[in-house]
Structures are given as C-alpha cells and as structure tokens.
Design a protein around this ligand. Sequence first.
Ligand SMILES: *Cc1c(COP(=O)(O)O)cnc(C)c1O
Length: 392
Amino acid sequence: MISSILPTYNRAPLAFVAGLGSWLTTCDDRQYLDLGAGIAVNSLGHAHPALVAALTSQANKLWHTSNLYQIPAQQKLADQLVDLTFADTVFFTNSGTEACELAVKMARKYFFDKGEPERVEIITFDGSFHGRSSAGIAAAGSEKLTKGFGPVLGGFVHVPFGGHEALHSAVSEKTAAVMIEPIQGEGGIRQVPDQCLKGLREFCDKHDVLLILDEVQCGVGRSGKLFAHEWAGIEPDIMMVAKGIGGGFPIGAVLATQEAASGMTAGTHGSTYGGNPLGCAVGSAVLDTVSDPAFLMDVSRKAAVMRQGLEGLVSQFSDIFDGVIGSGLMLGLKCSASNIEVVNAGYDVGVLTVPAAENVVRLLPPLNILDEDIITALEKLEKAAQIVRAAL
Ligand SMILES: *Cc1c(COP(=O)(O)O)cnc(C)c1O
C-alpha cells in the first residue's frame, strides 16, 4: 500500500525534532552536525535568534493579506535586494521552481513586447537543475527529470556544460536567453570559471539575448560573496533566488533589470503567497546579517579552514576521495568510492551531508558554522571515511 506521504523521496531513517546552530536533534535525542543545511537553505543555521524574532514578531502582527494590497515587509525586502544587487525590481515567489517559471516567462515576454515574438528559446546546460515544474524539468532537460512526464515543454536548447562551441551553434534568431547556475548544485558542485561567466556575459550582449542566472543554491552568501556572479565582476539581466534567502522559511525571488522586466506589467504574473509578510520579514533578517561585508569575509575565512581540512582528508583517504571542489561554503568531495556510502557512513557518526551527481558529496553548512563545529565536522568526516574504507 502506498505510504500516506507520496513516496517520491528515498528518505534516511532520521527524524529531527529540534535544531540549534549547526546541530540537529532526533526524536530519540541523538545529535547530528548539519553540513547539508536543508540543501543550502538554513543559511544561518537552526533557530537563529534574529530569524526567530523576525518570524514571531511578524506572526504576532499579521500573516497574510494579499498582493491586492501594499505589503510593507515585501517592500522592505525588495528595496534591500535592489540596493544590494544589479536588480531594479523583484518579484517574490515561494520556491526556486516558481522563480524559474517567472524567469522563463519574463525573458519570453521581453522579446514578445519588443516585436521579436520568435525569440522564445532558452539555452541551458547539461547537469543543470532548475526545479521540478514542467518548465524547470524542461529547462534542465535530463531524462532523469523528464522521463514519463511528456510532452516536455518546448523552447529549451541544451548544450554540454563547458561546451563553448555547442553554445555558439545553439544561438539563433530564436534565442531569448541563456540560463545557467554559476555553481551547479545538484549537478555535482560544478563551478563555471569566472572567465567563462565573463565570456557568457559578452556572448549574450553580442547576440542581444538575456543572461539568466540561477543562484537558488549558490546565492545569498554561500560563495563568500552575496551572489556568486559577483566574483566574475558581471551582472545578469535576470536572477533566480530561493533556498538560503529564507533561512528555512519558504521564499524565493526573481530579480531583474528594468529593461528585462519591462514586459511584466499589471496582470501578467501573480502569486497568492509570494511576498507574504512572514517570508519577507525573515528574508530581511537573513539579508541584514548575510549582506554585511564582515560576515561575508568570515564565510570565506571559514571556507578556507574547511577546505584545507578537506584537502587533508583527501590525501589521507585517496582510496575514497578524488578531490575537493566548489567555492566558499558550497563545497564538494569528489569521491572514488560511492558517494552514497560516504553519506550513509556520515549518518553512522552523526554528520549530515548531501549527495549530488558526478559521485560528489556536498558540504553546504550553515554560513555561520562555528570554528569548533568545523573541527568536529572534519573529525566526523574522517570517521565516516574510515567506515567506508573498512567496507571496501
Ligand atoms: C533547489 C533548486 C531549484 C528549485 O528550488 P525549489 O525551491 O526546490 O523549487 C532551482 N534551481 C537550483 C539551482 C536549485 O538548487
């Protein structure tokens, strides 16, 4: 008989009931160090006092009105994002998938309104992940995501990751945009080199197409900059954000320039919950902390400590690990043993990590992970590696 929860996830036999900082407690009172952070969501760890205060204070006042009215908390968060980024305007969603939906609609509407309605195609990259909606799976395009869910939404052209020539042959008078994750998350912590992001920006300018960045996983401080594309010194036309900006409360956003957003006039898009007071109050509190240059510097410092420890682990366990990849606190252990076995061994020693494609174990700890917790993390990963080695 089917379980009462639709069985679309292979869940670990772990049930958490409380969290504090980088630690989670199970229902039978065991402690786990959380290096997954709900897949890059709990950017400030669990039960961060400022986030709890923002949520409870808003919850005591007002939960929901509607986008039929002005929402002061939404206005505040939009103004913060506009101040901090390339963007002139923001639309709030409840998830990364919904941000993808709007990014795609926005790009197509832009060209439609410009009198180029044939420009509907969006070029995307193998190994990408943009969410589970019909547009999201079509954008990523892998059979793993789309098989059985046809007809697959049209208008996406897929090129290999790093495939410069394929990109040049894919662009045509039908192209509206290029959509890319600066650092692929699900795809195995695959980073687009700064030089390539720069080249991509020039490519889009040259062909008059929009550049959409999916920073749902790599954004909001994870790379050590507020947004990962800042390392390359470029700006997108449209950017998708979610995961980390809510710190655990479901909220996403599409950020855009005035030009790219020009087709999105009253009545062209909407969301009942998007930009609700609760989510926006939390989002503001997250940004207050994460956008502080001193905080971001500390992310880079912690990342360097963690990375150095991981490099040591890789040389100690060269039979299990091939190398360390990623940027900031979006790190990956490239495995030669099975990444799933490494993750499972982590469960045995009380550390949570997340598998990704390309046989990678993802390490996405809270951005404010304590230095002592980094040391504990490295000790636990070493124990996990010993377990995997013993079973080889
Ligand atoms: C998680 C993710 C999404 C989808 O976000 P949801 O909130 O799960 O809908 C989209 N793009 C990237 C890069 C992601 O990591």
